[in-house]
Design a protein around this ligand. Sequence first.
Ligand code: SAJ
Length: 416
Amino acid sequence: MVKEFKKICVLGLGYVGLPTAAIFASRGVTVQGVDTNAKTVELINQGKVHIIEPDLDIIVSSSVNAGMLKAGHTPEPADAFIIAVPTPFTGANKPDLTYVQAATASIAPVLEKGALVIVESTCPVGTTEKVSGWLAAARKDLTFPHLAGDKADVQVAHSPERVLPGRVLLELVSNDRVIGGISPYCAERTAQLYKIAIGGKCLLTTAATAELVKLAENAYRDVNIAFANELSLIADKMGIDVWEAIELANHHPRVNILRPGPGVGGHCIAVDPWFLVDGAPEVSPLIQTARAVNDAKPVHVASQALAAAKFSKAKTIACLGLAYKADIDDLRESPAIAITADIAESFGGPVLVVEPNTQDLPEPLTEMNNVKLVDLETALEAAQVIVLLTDHRPFREMDRARLVGKAVIDSRGIWR
Ligand code: SAJ
């Protein structure tokens, strides 16, 4: 008889794990969330959240209050385990699987026959098979699908998250899911679980294909953003408004150029293409070049700001926005931080930072004594150069007359 999913365990209560845990809990599944961060666990058990994401606070507090979601540090036995921990990259652009390995090790002792293990973390091709191997090495009393196929005691699959920060709860439920099993039954079983919570289609394939699909999606976006960023440099050189040019080009029925920006940030698009490159460095020149183009954009924006400050003999510069994109609090890999640090280092004078979604400056800005976090009003009052780095709502909606007489570097094209 097929085992029901009465209790699941979600490992990693971050931008993906916490919404996933809360959605399952809201659908009547008992959920244990596991995180290594004591503060995160404590906050969630109080029904509170540690990240800004629309409606997440409501669904977490109601699930915790209903007794369906509780957080802890060590996994308990469950019918399914969803691994949603970070997969960062090292300084040499190599994937770092330490967190996935630690999460796998933590569930091995509590695995029971019939359990399902899903890797949701974005990972290099071959990782899910490794997870199955690591579990097999730790539990000689159970069989695993990389050796036993459909007949294995434990099922292992990859189902990459594809949700867009800022729209996570909506996309979690409505996006189609790619589900890759180490064996076909692993994929079927995973689809049975997700169907409890999601309305999108479940598209079944192998674990390795699902891993490649996820990486391809983010590399595709990175390459397309690189095109827009390169175009912005070309247009700047020619004295042409890139935003107008793109708007006009996009009237063509088969052209859809993305938006140039200060560079690519976040934990996904700036990272995942490297996982593809790492797997096939000799045949991925386009993806590598796109990374280089996007990584060079922050240097360009910082030099534009410094040139404007020199030209206008500015005493104070304001940098608006630190998050990697609009209306979220995520600062990971944010080009805005690197740009602000570059400006502060070369300028020497006061650099006022406005970031409505954070209370504290992140490193390395904390160590720079000419950088200060202030409110929008103070920045607009004091600065002669305004550098727009993140298109947060308060910046989009502010009175543009406040910019008159100032040098403006609008890296997102919101004040045209
Ligand atoms: N960006 C531009 N120009 C654009 C679009 C984005 O400069 O036209 C920049 C943003 O400012 C940001 C970065 O790119 O710095 C990434 O932002 P994003 O909104 O494109 O993507 P993420 O990183 O927030 O989420 C992506 C999504 N992937 C795709 O759209 C293919 C999301 O669906 C994935 O689930 C997520 O990565 C992930 O977790 O992998």
